[in-house]
Design a protein around this ligand. Structure first.
Ligand code: NAG
Length: 518
């Protein structure tokens, strides 16, 4: 009897604490980039751990399956292999600057990267399975056709942005964004733009809008018809977004206005530090003059550095007292000084958490900058492509970084900048201030992400959070029609006054004329 009572109590307690029923969630993140994968998996795993039934479409196998909930993996292994065959050999030091400017190529690539996973037999099987989901979470990269999976599976749509609010998602939910204050990622303008910068920024924004409207979206609509379903009304579903999760936070990103369905969860991918492997722990503990950690992230390979730059770095390092940990992708590095330790991979977050790390020399990727703020380590940034220059500039503006452009990288400049960051405590103090801001939140960001996904399920897509004006024509939204009519009234008014005046004056002149004659 007692046992039965206890059992009933347990059942009641578990039901009660669960609150929500387990939801069926599809996490769609087929982008063959490790950083994308890393970010979206963190959210998908948290949802599984909260008890949900999660299916992920991904290029990367997950070893640490979450405990709790359900976890199903649809692995697009060959998609990744195809991609790396094509781009894996890419040397970012040579192509970095070209990449940013070949934008039509970039858009073609984006469309390919949207099409390939949709065409994949495993994904086609899922699409044709008749399965239903409660929520579809799509990791964003201008892959609008992927959003249509939500409509196909009768699910609420959640977009997960790996960078924050931008032209990729603002238009979906009607988030205010003005080219006078919102700078385009690629241009690397300062926060306060002068006239010329505002002009180029605006032209860039308009170009982006035109390319999206007249090239990308029609192509995505076509992909939707071909690979998902003929029945989906692409343009109607496009703004049917329940939630946008943003990888941004005022501690690392610019403060920005966000509509209620956009939630900032920046810092969510950083976990409590795990103990370091014994050998690394020993190195870090015993480095008398501290440690400099040098890593160019997961895409850029520092083994591809041109010889001249590599030698400059080696010479600079050989003159330093600190121990240097260098993420280097070859087995050996000829001419490597004694104080330099190379590895193909380092547990970056756990190293940054070690108090003996003095400087993090980074490419300025968003994940790296977020992690460095989380752990309070000042940085030297050498941006190579994409958003890195902007992240680096922002870190510099916030007083915890110096920027060493790749083209200006010499032995002298490198050592001078490293000396400055090591010896001037201002950098460390400033990054600690930022770190405190990042940690000061009501709930941890991953819990917040889970809360909001469950929230939109509870409220059937949370239509009450949506902006009503997402389909408003641009000239109405930007008040072009209103301003035009105000200006025309003023113009017509002034013109009439002028005409009347000249009429009066003319008459009075004639009068005086007549009077004189008499
Ligand atoms: C929008 O999405 C919801 C799910 O969040 C779905 O029930 C609804 O049918 C969609 N609306 C339109 C107009 O397609």
């Amino acid at each position: 009897m007692y046992v039965i009572k206890l059992f009933l109590l347990l059942v009641i307690v578990t039901c009660y604490t669960r609150g929500n029923e387990a939801a069926k969630i599809l996490g769609f993140s087929p982008m063959p980039a490790p950083s994308h994968n890393f970010l979206s998996k963190a959210v998908f795993k948290a949802l599984a751990e909260a008890g949900h039934d999660v299916t992920v479409v991904t290029c990367f196998h997950e070893d640490n399956v979450p405990n709790g909930g359900k976890w199903r993996e649809i692995l697009l292994k060959d998609h990744y292999e195809k991609f790396t065959k094509h781009f894996g050999a890419m040397n970012f030091f040579e192509q970095g600057s070209k990449l940013s400017f070949h934008f039509l190529n970039l858009y073609k690539m984006v469309l390919q990267m949207t099409e390939q996973p949709l065409a994949h037999p495993e994904v086609q099987k899922l699409i044709k399975s008749g399965e239903k989901f409660d929520v579809v979470i799509v990791s964003q990269f201008m892959n609008e056709a992927h959003y249509m999976l939500a409509a196909h599976f009768d699910a609420h749509l959640v977009a997960l942005s790996t960078i924050g609010s931008s032209s990729w998602n603002n238009y979906l939910v009607g988030n205010p964004s003005m080219p006078s204050v919102d700078r385009e990622m690629i241009l690397n303008h300062p926060k306060k733009m002068n006239f010329l910068q505002r002009l180029t920024n605006t032209l860039f924004t308009i170009t982006g809008y035109l390319i999206r409207t007249f090239y990308l979206l029609p192509s995505h609509a076509d992909l939707t018809k071909r690979y998902i379903s003929e029945k989906i009304d692409f343009y109607n579903e496009l703004h049917n977004v329940s939630l946008v999760l943003l990888n941004s936070h005022p501690s690392v990103s610019d403060p920005k206005p966000h509509v209620p369905s956009m939630i900032e969860i920046g810092g969510f991918h950083v976990g409590a530090p795990k103990p370091l492997p014994e050998d690394l722990k020993k190195l870090l503990n015993e480095a008398k003059h501290g440690v400099i950690f040098f890593s160019m992230g997961s895409n850029i390979k520092s083994k591809d550095l041109p010889a001249e730059k590599r030698n400059a770095i080696l010479n600079a390092f050989s003159k330093r007292k600190e121990t240097i940990l260098w993420k280097f992708e070859d087995d050996s590095l000829p001419g490597k000084p004694k104080n330099v330790i190379i590895r193909k991979w380092f547990p970056q977050q756990d190293i940054l958490a070690h108090p003996n790390v003095k400087v993090f020399w980074t490419h300025g990727g968003l994940l790296s900058t977020t992690e460095t703020v989380y752990h309070g380590v000042p940085i030297l940034a050498t941006p190579i492509f994409g958003d890195q220059a902007m992240n680096a500039q922002r870190a510099k503006d916030n007083g915890y970084a110096l920027v060493l452009p790749f083209t200006e990288l010499t032995e002298e400049r490198l050592n001078k900048m490293l000396d400055e960051i090591v010896s001037n405590t201002m950098y460390r103090e400033n990054v600690k201030v930022r770190s405190k801001i990042m940690h000061d939140r009501q709930v941890p960001p991953l819990d917040e992400a889970v809360y909001w996904v469950e929230y939109i399920i509870r409220h059937h897509g949370a239509k009450h959070l949506r902006m009503w004006y997402t389909d408003m024509p641009w000239y109405q939204y930007y008040m072009v029609d209103v301003f035009l009519s105000i200006f025309s009234v003023i113009f017509v008014g002034l013109y009439t006054i002028k005409k009347l005046c000249s009429l009066c004056c003319g008459r009075s002149k004639k009068m005086t004329h007549k009077i004189k004659k008499h």
